[in-house]
Write a protein that binds this ligand. Structure first.
Ligand code: NAI
Ligand SMILES: O=CC(=O)O
Length: 333
């Protein structure tokens, strides 16, 4: 009797224990127990010997790495929803399938987006810091102190009305915001009716009319600096901008300029153009109470990470069994 050789799977970061245990049971899994980010050289070496690579958002799987991959590498099963860190076109050219982990992070990411939508206008971070960073400063309730801006009754403009954008819209509607959106294509009439949403074919026109912008589209060549200096200038000076998608969808330098010049009321950012580096000017703006910054943690829940791991495993197993993996990412999407 011959025993089937286990699939060699290289996992670039530490995953939840339950996921790693299952990976070890099913595959010849190489784990990253101490969670040190892998260098390009380490990734290149892994891609020469593994059957499956499991990268995540911190790994840049570019065309050069893909071109050098060994012939046995047939699947890149990303532990992530976004796939902008992978050159999907280069993978397709080389006959490598790419998968991701959509849906299971939708609600968690939408929750955090809503948290930022509330936190910035209502000065949540600033208020909390008064008590913890400057103990003794609080002299008690005052009618004119720590005043933020009302959320209820305002207009939100969602850029990218996909899974997360729609989940943000549902939450925003429950908070009394009216829903406006711009997307590559219009959502179904049923969804528009449910959300009482207004579709704007022109992003420019929508930006000029909303009070809060939520960025929820992927990072692609078409969305690079979609929120450019010109578009940021269309926003009202009382408007707020929240980004839980990817840093490069916004021209960060232009955003900083707008905030410093008072052309924008505030921003809530979970993602940055040069992660993990954060522009010190943004940190200064955070200390001045104009922005709330989070370290790319919108999808960070224990449940979500385990569900992502399950999805990665399902994609690998389906693929290795000769089926189309459920979360295949096609080039150009
Ligand atoms: N901060 C975090 O921890 C997380 C961030 N993300 C980011 O959120 C993004 C969105 O995720 P999902 O909603 O699941 O994706 P999705 O694919 O369901 O939705 C994205 C929407 O953006 C639209 N879109 C794409 N290009 C566009 C353009 N040029 N102009 C206007 N609309 C455009 C698409 O048509 C689609 O409706 C991911 O790609 C990822 O970058 C996702 C999960 C967690
Ligand atoms: O940003 C996180 C992701 O999974 O995409």
């Amino acid at each position: 009797m011959t025993t089937k050789k286990k699939t060699k799977v290289y996992i670039t970061r530490k995953l939840p224990d339950a996921v790693e245990t299952r990976m070890r049971e099913l595959f010849d899994a190489e784990l990253n127990i101490d969670d040190t980010p892998r260098s390009a050289a380490q990734l290149a070496a892994a891609m020469k010997s593994a059957d499956v690579l499991v990268p995540t958002v911190t790994d840049r799987i570019d065309a050069a790495l893909i071109d050098e991959a060994g012939p046995q590498l047939k699947l890149i099963a990303s532990f992530s929803n976004g796939t902008d860190h992978i050159d999907v076109e280069a993978a397709a050219r080389k006959g490598i399938t790419v998968t991701n982990t959509p849906n299971v992070l939708t609600e968690d990411t939408a929750d955090m987006t809503m948290a930022l939508i509330l936190a910035v206008p209502r000065r949540l971070g600033e208020g909390a810091r008064v008590l913890t960073d400057r103990p003794g400063e609080w002299a008690g309730w005052s009618p004119t102190w720590m005043l933020g801006r009302r959320i209820h009754g305002k207009r939100i403009g969602i850029v990218g009305m996909g899974r997360i954008g729609t989940a943000v819209a549902r939450r925003a509607k429950a908070f009394g915001l009216s829903i406006h959106y711009h997307n590559r294509k219009r959502v179904t009439a049923t969804t528009e009716d449910e959300l009482e949403a207004t579709y704007w074919e022109s992003l420019d026109q929508m930006l000029a009319r909303v009070d809060i912008v939520s960025v929820n589209c992927p990072s692609t060549p078409a969305t690079f600096h979609l929120l450019s200096a010109r578009r940021l200038a269309l926003l009202q000076p009382t408007a707020y901008l929240v980004n839980t998608a990817r840093g490069d969808v916004i021209d960060e330098a232009a955003l900083i300029k707008s905030l410093r010049e008072g052309k924008l009321a505030g921003a809530g950012l979970d993602v940055f153009e040069n992660e993990p580096a954060v522009n010190p000017k943004l940190i200064k703006l955070a200390n001045e109470g104009k922005v709330v910054l989070l370290p790319h943690m919108s999808s960070a829940t224990i449940e979500g990470r385990i569900d992502m791991g399950d999805k990665v495993i399902i994609n690998i197993r389906a693929f290795m069994d000769g089926h189309r993996p459920p979360n295949r990412v096609l080039p150009g999407r």
